[in-house]
Design a protein around this ligand. Structure first.
Ligand SMILES: [Zn+2]
Length: 330
């Protein structure tokens, strides 16, 4: 059964233009017809936030109990095989509808929101979560949604709770510190690495998270540079599924701005401690973008700058691998 929302259902909710306007309308329609989604957003309204100030940048912590399933998801192959895929069209809740994108994706409202407007963009085909050639689709999606949303990707071993079903996510702009930190961090935490025609590559320093930032107004060159970076990463930081990474992408003033966060580990050491030492913090793109999600109140209460610094040092790519990457990219 196709989950395409009909024009009649969507039209009364449309206020804005383009694909973002349709996505916003979908969210309103779904809140009015789908109880579980409404509950997710009601719960988000009361979500507590803590702000940690570092030298020139911020990290936020969000207490969000609805995220427990995602944060503690078992993503090993056996567990994945034994559950029904929640992104396949045939398994979606009856009330859930979506908007087609590019004929091969469905834009869906995420019932466990972190953002005030949070979407999952799921492939219509059940196929593994791999960025590879789908990076091109991510760029197109970012261009379509960029006036209102940031688009992100979690690798199969880097926080995706459906490593068996290709998907992206999108959230409203202005929420992740990364959305607005770049300009002010230039030459302090973000430095240019090289320029190639219309494209520029930057790297980070003392930002807790090692990243590569790719800026370009050329689709072709973005893809080419991305492939080059992925090739190097697969060499210096191989993983059986795909080199570990999270991607956060923007499209502003006709320029793609793509942050690549190569990863060393899926979860920090304190995630695996016995209770009561255990802290459930399972970082993915949103956390790397500066909003750290804690599904348990006790963990949210206990989290400190020191613990966050330790956690990111463990899950971001090691300094030595990062330097190799930068040297090979130069
Ligand atoms: Zn599926």
């Amino acid at each position: 059964m196709s989950r395409d929302i009909s024009k009649e259902e969507l039209t009364p909710f449309i206020k804005g233009d383009g694909l973002s306007g349709l996505a916003k309308a979908l969210l309103l329609q779904q809140k009015s017809t789908w109880q579980q989604l409404k509950k997710g957003y009601d719960s988000l309204k009361g979500a507590e936030i803590k702000i940690f100030n570092f030298n020139g940048f911020q990290l936020k912590a969000q207490f969000n109990k609805e995220r427990i399933l995602s944060a503690s998801a078992k993503v090993d192959k056996a567990s994945i095989k034994n559950r029904k895929c929640f992104l396949c069209e045939k398994n979606l809740p009856l009330e859930q509808k979506g908007i087609k994108f590019n004929d091969n994706y469905l834009i869906l409202a995420n019932p466990f929101p972190i953002f005030n407007e949070h979407f999952t963009i799921a492939s219509l085909k059940h196929q593994p979560q791999r960025i590879g050639s789908h990076f091109e689709e991510m760029l197109l999606l970012t261009k379509e949604l960029g006036d209102s949303f940031v688009v992100f990707y979690n690798g199969p071993a880097s926080g995706a709770s459906a490593p068996d079903h290709l998907h992206f996510q999108a959230g409203n702009l202005g929420f992740l510190p990364l959305d607005y930190e770049k300009e002010k961090l230039l030459k302090k935490n973000i430095f240019p690495l090289k320029t190639i025609e219309e494209s520029r590559i930057f790297y980070s320093k003392k930002y807790l998270r090692n990243f590569i930032l790719l800026e370009s107004n050329s689709f072709r060159q973005s893809v080419q540079l991305f492939n080059e970076i992925m090739e190097i990463l697969s060499l210096i930081n191989p993983h059986e599924d795909e080199t570990m990474l999270n991607i956060i992408a923007y499209y502003r003033n006709d320029v793609w701005q793509v942050f690549l966060f190569p990863r060393e580990k899926h979860r920090p050491d304190f995630y695996f401690l016995e209770e009561p030492e255990r802290i459930i913090f399972s970082p993915a793109a949103v956390d790397f973008g500066g909003v750290c999600i804690f599904p348990r109140e006790a963990d949210f209460d206990r989290i400190t700058k020191v613990l966050l610094t330790k956690a990111f040092a463990q899950v971001t790519i090691t300094q030595s691998k990062y330097e190799r990457l930068l040297n090979m990219l130069k």
